[in-house]
Design a protein around this ligand. Structure first.
Ligand SMILES: C[S@@+](CC[C@H](N)C(=O)[O-])C[C@H]1O[C@@H](n2cnc3c(N)ncnc32)[C@H](O)[C@@H]1O
Length: 440
């Protein structure tokens, strides 16, 4: 659910003008989540579709067999949601070209209040926190125009540290001090939306936007994080590709700038709007798109356009030389423990952390169990810890012990690194290593 800044809940983030209202947060989160409107919506969806969905752009027609017998979800529902979007305000300090939330669309007039009431915010968070896994602290508009937005982030992370707190900002509503305070708030991840690497090109989509200010605030936030030795926030620069910012020169400027500032991740967003502006160069299926496919925001969760920062590893199995020579399979009796010696090398320019205070983004070696034909059987078959942070270019011995499957047969073990809670390295193009396994 999305909490709009006037206290109403709508059913998703694709509802800029508040047309699909589930209820009012003043009645309580659980009351809305399990209330008549949400329950009827679930019931209707289970029988093939709901009028409630109206013109929602996320609605997709059922295909083929699905249309004949719609997939059903268990109608029983948990008393509270696991994830919320929270909109502090629908107001914005810039006017993105032809955007549905640009101020001139009148979006703020579709809200009954301009700014989210702080007490209502705390009531919603207090009630939902026990079941919440994540809060997306943004929707339409610019969240940090709310005078108490940073205090809201502090409220969540000081009381409910288990909730993953994420925001997306244009970075233009902060003073540098406020950007630093946000870095100290405990927020897990901050995305700066900066669509260009030079002032004029940036401001053609982000109309009235001040490129220098966005970069100053991004730099201040990163500097505070590094200066204070903080693990979080993870800082993204998300760059929407449009016709006037998609040249090699402009992309290269963004890469250099992001690397110099110390941003964690730079990614390109492929969009299909505005119709007269989206990049024609990086259309899916073109060689240019293919060249950046691992660096695209939605393609995976690790890809990175900052030179050298793309996670890359080499995983070698240390086998007796004769085994290697004959490419003999690993062998084990069913249910037996099998110790496998590996060597892992960091081929990127960023260290692979072996630990993380917040339990995510630490890197471990994973063994995935596949059938003999390569079909995945168990992606999380076994894990092994890195002995310590693996620095760029360094190699570490990483022993990993698996329990052989209880069914005899031919299998394949696939080894890959995983950034815990984020993604497998393979998703952004890192090579994996496989070995046949025979279980007797
Ligand atoms: C509407 S903005 C509001 C949040 C905040 N003001 C910001 O700029 O990040 C939410 C997200 O939509 C993205 N966005 C804006 N225009 C877009 C477009 N034409 N195509 C795809 N994403 C877009 C932004 O980059 C941002 O991540």
């Amino acid at each position: 659910m999305v909490l709009l800044c006037d206290g109403r809940f709508v059913c998703g983030c694709a509802d800029p003008y508040g047309k699909r209202v589930l209820g009012d947060a003043r009645a309580g989160v659980s009351a809305v989540w399990t209330g008549d409107t949400a329950s009827a919506l679930r019931r209707d969806l289970n029988t093939g579709g709901s009028k409630f969905c109206g013109d929602c752009p996320l609605k997709l027609p059922l295909k083929g067999d699905q249309a004949l017998s719609p997939p059903r979800r268990d109608p029983a529902v948990a008393p509270l949601p696991s994830r919320l979007y929270i909109e502090c305000t629908a107001a914005c300090n810039i006017s993105c070209n032809q955007a549905c939330c640009a101020p001139e669309t009148g979006i703020t007039r579709t809200r009954k209040a301009g700014m989210l009431d702080f007490d209502l915010f705390t009531r919603v968070v207090d009630e939902a926190a026990p079941s919440l896994v994540r809060i997306d602290f943004f929707n339409y508009g610019e969240a940090f125009l709310h005078k108490r937005a940073i205090e809201m982030c502090e409220y969540v992370k000081s009381r409910y540290p288990h909730v993953y707190l994420y925001t997306s900002t244009n970075g233009l509503a902060f003073t540098e001090d406020q950007a630093r305070r946000l870095a100290r708030s405990g927020i897990d991840e901050v995305t700066f939306s900066i669509d260009g690497a030079s002032p004029e090109r940036y401001a053609r989509y982000r109309q009235r936007g001040d490129f220098a200010k966005a970069i100053r605030n991004l730099s201040a936030l990163v500097d505070e994080k590094h200066g204070k030795g903080l693990d979080v926030p993870f800082v993204n620069w998300r760059y929407i590709l449009v016709t006037h910012n998609d040249s090699d020169d402009e992309l290269q400027r963004a890469k250099t700038l992001a690397g110099g500032i110390g941003v964690d991740r730079l990614c390109w967003e492929i969009t299909d709007h505005p119709e007269d502006m989206f990049s024609r160069r990086f259309v899916p299926g073109t060689p240019d798109y293919d060249a950046i496919r691992h660096e695209i925001w939605d393609a995976n969760n690790l890809g990175n356009a900052i030179p050298g920062a793309m996670p890359r590893a080499r995983i070698e199995l240390e086998r007796p030389w004769l085994d290697g020579l004959l490419n003999r399979p690993l062998r084990a009796n069913r249910g037996d423990a099998l110790e496998i010696a590996t060597r892992v090398t960091n081929l990127s320019t960023r260290p692979f952390p072996a630990q993380a205070t917040y339990g995510r983004r630490l890197v471990r070696l994973g063994a995935q169990l596949c059938a003999g034909d390569g079909t995945l059987v168990n992606r999380d078959y076994e894990r092994a810890w890195l002995p310590s942070a693996l620095l760029p270019g360094a190699t570490a011995r990483v022993p990993l012990t698996i329990t052989a499957p209880s069914e005899p047969g031919q299998y394949t073990l696939k080894f890959d690194l995983v950034s815990e809670g984020i993604d497998w390295f393979e998703a952004c193009g890192s090579p994996t290593t496989s070995a046949p396994l025979v279980v007797r």
